[in-house]
Write a protein that binds this ligand. Structure first.
Ligand code: DX5
Ligand code: ZN
Length: 213
């Protein structure tokens, strides 16, 4: 089980310290939530922070775009340092073209659905992506409650992956803590995005261990 640490609820005056802590604690990657105030009401972080992180850490950067018409920004996010670039199916770009462009530029494409979107809309793209992200909260804010019914989508996706012999990873994002991690894992999640449950923990190594077991 991999852990992608979401920085959304970090104290950004001490971001470097936090990232060193996450490296030591054993996080597998950093999850960076980019919000534009249009696709979601919130506005978060963008290119400069990603650039600084890229120069600072060897942890892979897992960038989650919550941005309208994301095709406009693919080049810039990959240039800034995104290793995985995720975008929303609902965000108004041609998904197939976005995936192809991300791969052309040498990054891993990830496609995401909001809670209200059924997972079968992604089936045409499963061959082409490295990762599928199932949102387990409404995108926009950290610290929300986990939506248990979303695990039905994770199960469906896992079965579809098996049926077709594919190898993309399944990621879940939102409300993951030591309690919700287990059902998410059982449903088929390979990567847990964890924000507040990790960033707020006194002992991040212990928190990651608890999430993994
Ligand atoms: C929500 C973001 C999540 C969020 C996770 O829109 O995509 O990555 O930061 O935070 P927690 O773990 O606090 O739900
Ligand atoms: Zn996210």
């Amino acid at each position: 089980m991999k852990i992608s640490a979401s920085l959304l609820n970090a104290d950004f005056t001490a971001l470097g310290e936090l990232v060193r802590g996450l490296e030591k604690a054993g996080a597998d990657m950093l999850h960076i939530d980019v919000m534009d105030g249009n696709f979601v009401p919130n506005i978060s972080i963008g290119f400069p922070v990603i650039q600084s992180l890229k120069a600072f850490t060897a942890l892979p950067l897992d960038v989650h775009l919550m941005v309208d018409r994301p095709h406009r920004y693919i080049e810039r996010f990959i240039e800034a340092g995104a290793d995985t670039l995720g975008f929303h199916y609902e965000a108004g770009s041609d998904s197939g073209r976005v995936i192809r462009r991300i791969k052309e530029l040498g990054a891993k494409p990830s496609i995401t659905v909001c809670p209200s979107t059924p997972v079968h809309v992604l089936y045409d793209h499963l061959e082409a992506v490295s990762q599928v992200l199932i949102m387990t909260v409404q995108p926009g804010y950290g610290g929300q409650d986990f939506m248990l019914p979303m695990l039905g989508k994770v199960e469906k996706l896992r079965m579809e992956r098996e049926r077709r012999g594919l190898d993309f990873e399944i990621q879940v994002d939102g409300g993951i803590d030591s309690e919700t991690a287990l059902p998410a894992k059982r449903a088929g999640a390979d990567i847990l995005v964890v924000g507040s449950a990790l960033i707020g923990a006194e002992d991040m190594s212990a928190a990651i261990k608890a999430l993994r077991t």
